[in-house]
Design a protein around this ligand. Structure first.
Ligand SMILES: [Zn+2]
Length: 200
């Protein structure tokens, strides 16, 4: 029964595994992935030990396990439109890090993000979508103050929003504590066209 997939992986090892997986994805050379019943039962009986937590956008073009070429039990994924956090999303992240023991958190923004574009475009966001827009607005204000506009503004906001989210996550006492014990947080951006994950 293989257990080498996760246990005790350091932040550096976890990041390397993600980036190597992304390289395989871009090359279309996926590793053989065990999605069989034996693997499922192994994960139930022995529990999950994901080596990374990834916060990404819900965008259907950002399928986290696929773009890092990972299988079941490998990544604890939190997906929220605009990759923003509220207490519920932050609780999910804390659970993956503190309870399941992952030493790496990646906040993954992406190009052509609809949540960012909607916020940049402005106007009234219907229903609870307004709560997402409100989270992204400070990044828009900051980048617009730099004189940016249009596609360039959207692109820079996609990046700034990742750093804003990370600042919010770091305000968590649990995350703060874990950072003194080996947790690393990395900012990254996924390019929809090239398939590349770029560390920021
Ligand atoms: Zn998005």
């Amino acid at each position: 029964m293989s257990h080498s997939h996760a246990a005790g992986r350091s932040a550096e090892e976890a990041l390397q595994a993600l980036m190597e997986g992304n390289q395989r994805f871009r090359n279309g050379k996926f590793k053989e992935r065990d999605l069989g019943s034996a693997r499922r039962i192994d994960l139930v009986e022995n529990g999950q030990k994901p080596f990374a937590v990834v916060l990404a956008c819900s965008d259907s073009r950002v399928p986290v396990e696929l773009l890092f070429d990972q299988g079941m039990g490998d990544i604890f994924v939190v997906r929220v439109a605009g990759n923003v956090v509220d207490p519920v999303a932050l609780g999910s992240i804390e659970y993956g890090l503190e309870h399941l023991g992952a030493n790496l958190l990646m906040v993954l923004g992406h190009s052509n993000c609809g949540a960012v574009k909607a916020t940049v475009d402005g106007g009234e966001a219907p229903g609870s979508i307004a709560a997402i827009v409100k989270k992204i607005q400070p990044s828009v204000a900051k980048m617009a103050a730099n004189g940016l506009s249009g596609a360039e503004l959207c692109s820079r906001v996609e990046e700034e929003n990742v750093f804003t989210t990370i600042r919010e996550i770091k305000a968590s006492p649990i995350v703060h504590h874990l950072m003194e014990h080996g947790l690393k947080i990395v900012a990254a951006k996924y390019m929809l066209d090239s398939g590349e994950v770029i560390l920021m």
